[in-house]
Design a protein. Structure first.
Length: 400
């Protein structure tokens, strides 16, 4: 336990964003860095979809936190409960008060299971699962394997969520498995999307239209699951475009909850009052707080209007560190984040579409020569092996 400790830089959260920033700060020679997080295990969440589809082992998706905290960084194994940016202090669950000169806020995102009536209860039944909880990924794969006929429903909520492609990816991986097993024609696959198209960038949306047609997936656009009756295995789907509702019976359902900033963070002055999710209000380019210049935020808890992905964090972290170091020296902020994000969309059990884009919502490819707007087998190997290696060996060490 750490009582009343002061840090030059305090980082809230030891996820992808927090560890990457802490590592980069140390590489810049910044001393007296603290990182606040109680978790004993660090998860590589982009792999959870593959675990839930039987395409990767559980052990590949996590490592002990102790081995990932950068050398020279003080790990405070507690959770934040409040921030007073006027007093430059953070309060923890253990009653500690940590003060700071500069603060980096990246505690991740909150899964609001209770926002959809019946969803939390449905997850206590065998027929419903979600890869947004690591402990349920084994159930997802078990149910996909067991299904031979009936109706499988895959839902996605409106508003920003982490890895917005994940609700679709598991549907495609399941469909491809059922195709391999010869049962695809006996299974009705329903994909519920809140958006008017398959994806926000037209070139990728067109490719995904071909994917769903190939699998015979029934797509409900501009729609959301608004209520679940787990006892009768029914989900109510609202069509917002036509202002109608229908009840769909399911034999298996993969659900994704609405998401927002953690409740404790919403209650602090750092929360953007104009943002419905309560995210930390930052300049979308500099990542600096709009009212408190010694506060920066990145990752899922920030208000930047990009897709909430690990790829976005990889581009945000160097911007935050460069601007933070400049602010410490009293210099103008030199770095700018352009909204880059990528979504590796697994369209089959051996193919992937790499959607890369930025604030312009136009393709922003980072790999030369090859066309990543089409599903490709080499991109599958990038997803399964290349990106995890980049994450563990380079990104978390502040090298990429």
């Amino acid at each position: 336990m750490v009582r009343d400790r002061h840090f030059k830089v305090l980082v809230i959260g030891a996820g992808s964003a927090g560890i990457s920033v802490a590592a980069r700060l140390r590489r810049q020679g910044v001393d007296d860095v603290g990182i606040l997080d109680p978790s004993e295990t660090h998860y590589y969440q982009p792999l959870w979809t593959l675990v839930g589809a039987g395409c990767a082992p559980e052990k590949a998706a996590h490592r002990p936190m102790a081995g990932l905290i950068p050398q020279g960084v003080t790990w405070v194994r507690e959770a934040a409960t409040d921030i007073d940016p006027d007093a430059n202090t953070v309060t923890t669950t253990e009653g500690s008060t940590l003060s700071y000169d500069y603060l980096v806020v990246c505690p991740g995102i909150q899964l609001d299971w209770d926002k959809i009536p019946g969803m939390a209860e449905a997850l206590t039944t065998d027929a419903v699962s979600s890869n947004y909880r690591f402990d349920l990924t084994a159930r997802t794969w078990s149910r996909i394997q067991a299904m031979r006929s009936g109706t499988a429903v895959f839902t996605m909520p409106a508003a920003p969520i982490k890895c917005a492609g994940a609700p679709q990816k598991i549907a495609y991986l399941a469909a491809d498995y059922w195709r391999q097993q010869g049962t695809l024609e006996d299974i009705r696959i329903v994909l519920v999307l809140p958006t008017p198209g398959m994806f926000g960038v037209p070139v990728f949306a067109q490719e995904l239209e071909r994917v769903v047609e190939k699998y015979g997936i029934e797509v409900h656009k501009n729609s959301e699951a608004v209520e679940i009756d787990p006892a009768n295995q029914q989900v109510v789907v609202a069509d917002h475009a036509n202002d109608t509702k229908q009840s769909i019976g399911y034999d298996f359902m993969h659900v994704v909850p609405p998401q927002s900033a953690p409740d404790w963070l919403k209650a602090t002055p750092l929360s953007d009052p104009d943002n419905a999710g309560g995210y930390v209000g930052v300049d979308k380019n500099t990542m600096q707080h709009t009212r408190y210049p010694n506060v920066f935020s990145l990752g899922d808890a920030g208000s930047t209007p990009n897709s909430k992905t690990g790829a976005a964090i990889r581009k945000q972290a160097p911007v935050v560190v460069a601007n933070l170091v400049a602010a410490m020296a009293g210099k103008p902020l030199p770095a700018s984040y352009g909204g880059y994000a990528s979504c590796p969309l697994t369209t089959a059990r051996d193919k992937m579409l790499l959607a890369e884009f930025d604030y312009t919502m136009e393709p922003a490819p980072s790999i030369p020569v090859i066309d990543t707007t089409k599903e490709r087998r080499d991109m599958w190997y990038l997803k399964r092996y290349g990106l995890p290696a980049l994450y563990w060996n380079l990104m978390l060490k502040g090298r990429a």
